[in-house]
Design a protein around this ligand. Structure first.
Ligand SMILES: [Zn+2]
Ligand SMILES: [Zn+2]
Length: 444
C-alpha cells in the first residue's frame, strides 16, 4: 500500500534516482501481490494507467477503485476565488480575505495562509545601478531574511550579512523585491494588529517553514501550539498543508498560487492542484465546523480550469483537462522521459560529454541492424544547460531522451550506459565531475 502515491518525495533526488512508488508496483509483480496506490489527487501517471477500456483503447493495466465519500462526516470546504485584477495594485492580502480572517479569529477559529516562498524577499535590488543579490556560486539570487538580516542562498547555503549599502555603487537605499513567508507574517501582523481573540488577548500569528523549523523539535512544538489553540493564524509554505490534522482550522488561503499555472515545469499545475486539494482538506476536519469552512484562492486568473475544478473538488475534471494538454504536447504520461545529466567545472565540458555520448550511441546503433529502429523510436535531444545551471560552482548540463514506447526507452538507456563508461574514460572528458541518469525526471 502506497499512501499519498502522488507525492513527489517518493522519487529519490540523490544517489540512485528511483521511485519508491514504482518499486512497490514492481515488487508486487515479482511476488504476485496486489499493490494499492492511494490518493485523493493521484499522479497523472497512475490515473492514466488506470483508465477504463474503450472501443479503441484497451485501457490501463491498473484497476481504478473509487472512494466517493469523505472520511468522517465533515463537508468539503467552500472554495472562494478572489479576482486580484479587481484589487488595488500591489495588494498582498485582499480586503475580503482580511475581514474573513478577522471574523474567524474573533470567533476563536484558526486560519492557515499558504505562500510557497520562504524568507522575507526573494531578492534585494539597487534601483540606482541595478545590482541584485546574486549568489557568486550559483545561478540564483540569495534570499533576504530580515529576521537575522542575512542574504542566504537556498541552493549552496552561502550566508552573509545584508550589506548596509549597495556593494556596487554605495547607494544606501537597497530594497527587497517580491514577497516571502517572513514578510507575509509581518504584513499580517500589521493588518490584524487591532484584532482580539474571544478571551480579549491580541491575535497570535506564527510562521511554519523550513527556516522556523530548523531546530530539532521546533516543528513538533509549533504544531502542538496549533493543536492547543494557542495560535490563531498560521503562515507557511506547503510544509504546513501536508498531513497535519488541524481540527480547528476553518479557513485556508492560497495567497499567490498563480506562478505554478505558467511554470516552465509542466508538472507544476498538477502539484499545485494536489497541494490546494490537500490544503482544502485541512479546513473543517471537525464536523461541527465544516459547514462554515472555506478555502480562499487569490488569483489573477479566476476562470482558469484548475481553479474551476478546485471549486467543485473535481479531480477527474482537472485530470481530464491536464491530460488533454499533455497529450497535445506529447508529454508524460503519454510519452516517457529520461534525463542524462553531467556535472563539470565548465558548462562546455559538461555538454561535451553528453554530446559525445549521443554521437557515439547513434553511430553504434545505426551500425547494428537489430537496433537501427531504436533511433527512430527514441528522440535524443542535444545537451543544454539545466534550468539551475550552476550550483556551488558546479556547472550542470542535461540531455533529454523521450519515447512513446517505454521498452524502447529502457533499451536505449541500456546502450547509453555502456557508451557513457567508454566516453567518460577518454582524456578529453577528464573535466567531468560525474554523470547520472534520471528516469521519469520530476523536473526538466
Ligand atoms: Zn547600486
Ligand atoms: Zn549559492
Amino acid at each position: 500500500m502506497v499512501d499519498e502515491e502522488h507525492d513527489p518525495s517518493y522519487k529519490q533526488q540523490e544517489g540512485a534516482r528511483y521511485s519508491a512508488r514504482d518499486l512497490a508496483v514492481y515488487r508486487g509483480r515479482l511476488q504476485n501481490a496486489p499493490v494499492l496506490l492511494a490518493s485523493a489527487t493521484p499522479s497523472l501517471e497512475s490515473w492514466h494507467l488506470s483508465r477504463p477500456a474503450t472501443e479503441d483503447d484497451p485501457g490501463g493495466r491498473y484497476q481504478r477503485l473509487l472512494m466517493p465519500s469523505r472520511i468522517g462526516t465533515g463537508l468539503l470546504p467552500k472554495v472562494r476565488r478572489v479576482d486580484m485584477n479587481k484589487q488595488p495594485r500591489r495588494t498582498v492580502l485582499s480586503a475580503p480575505l482580511v475581514v474573513a480572517i478577522q471574523e474567524r479569529v474573533e470567533r476563536g477559529e484558526q486560519c492557515m495562509l499558504l505562500l510557497n516562498r520562504r524568507g522575507y524577499a526573494p531578492v534585494l535590488h539597487c534601483a540606482d545601478c541595478g545590482w541584485k543579490s546574486e549568489c557568486k556560486h550559483c545561478s540564483a539570487f540569495r534570499v533576504f531574511h530580515k529576521i537575522d538580516r542575512t542574504l542566504r542562498c537556498h541552493h549552496c547555503g552561502l550566508t552573509e550579512r545584508v550589506p548596509r549599502a549597495c556593494p556596487e555603487c554605495g547607494n544606501a537605499d537597497i530594497a527587497p523585491i517580491g514577497r516571502g513567508t517572513e514578510q507575509l507574517e509581518e504584513h499580517l501582523g500589521e493588518l490584524l494588529a487591532h484584532v482580539l481573540r474571544p478571551d480579549g488577548t491580541p491575535v497570535r500569528i506564527a510562521r511554519i517553514d523550513a527556516d522556523s523549523t530548523r531546530l530539532k523539535g521546533a516543528l513538533e512544538s509549533q504544531l502542538a501550539q496549533v493543536h492547543s489553540g494557542e495560535l490563531d493564524v498560521l503562515v507557511g509554505t506547503q510544509m504546513i498543508a501536508k498531513g497535519h490534522d488541524f481540527r480547528r482550522i476553518t479557513l485556508v488561503a492560497a495567497v499567490n498560487p498563480d506562478t505554478a499555472l505558467f511554470s516552465s515545469d509542466f508538472r507544476a499545475p498538477e502539484r499545485l492542484f494536489a497541494l490546494l486539494m490537500q490544503a482544502a482538506g485541512r479546513a473543517g476536519r471537525d464536523a461541527a465546523q465544516s459547514a462554515t469552512s472555506e478555502m480562499w484562492v487569490q488569483t489573477f486568473h479566476p476562470t482558469h480550469a484548475l481553479f474551476e475544478a478546485l471549486k467543485k473538488h473535481d479531480y477527474p475534471a482537472f485530470a481530464a483537462s491536464e491530460l488533454a494538454e499533455r497529450t497535445a504536447a506529447d508529454l508524460p504520461p503519454i510519452s516517457h522521459q529520461a534525463l542524462l545529466r553531467a556535472d563539470a567545472r565548465t558548462q562546455a565540458a559538461a555538454q561535451a560529454l553528453l554530446n559525445a555520448a549521443r554521437e557515439t550511441l547513434e553511430a553504434q546503433l545505426s551500425a547494428d541492424p537489430d537496433d537501427a529502429d531504436l533511433v527512430l523510436q527514441v528522440s535524443v535531444y542535444p545537451a543544454v544547460p539545466m534550468s539551475m545551471q550552476r550550483v556551488a560552482d558546479v556547472e550542470r548540463a542535461q540531455m533529454l531522451l523521450e519515447s512513446p514506447n517505454r521498452m524502447a526507452l529502457q533499451k536505449m538507456l541500456w546502450h547509453l550506459h555502456s557508451v557513457l563508461h567508454q566516453v567518460r574514460s577518454l582524456p578529453e572528458h577528464k573535466g567531468v565531475i560525474r554523470w547520472l541518469v534520471d528516469v521519469d525526471p520530476q523536473a526538466i
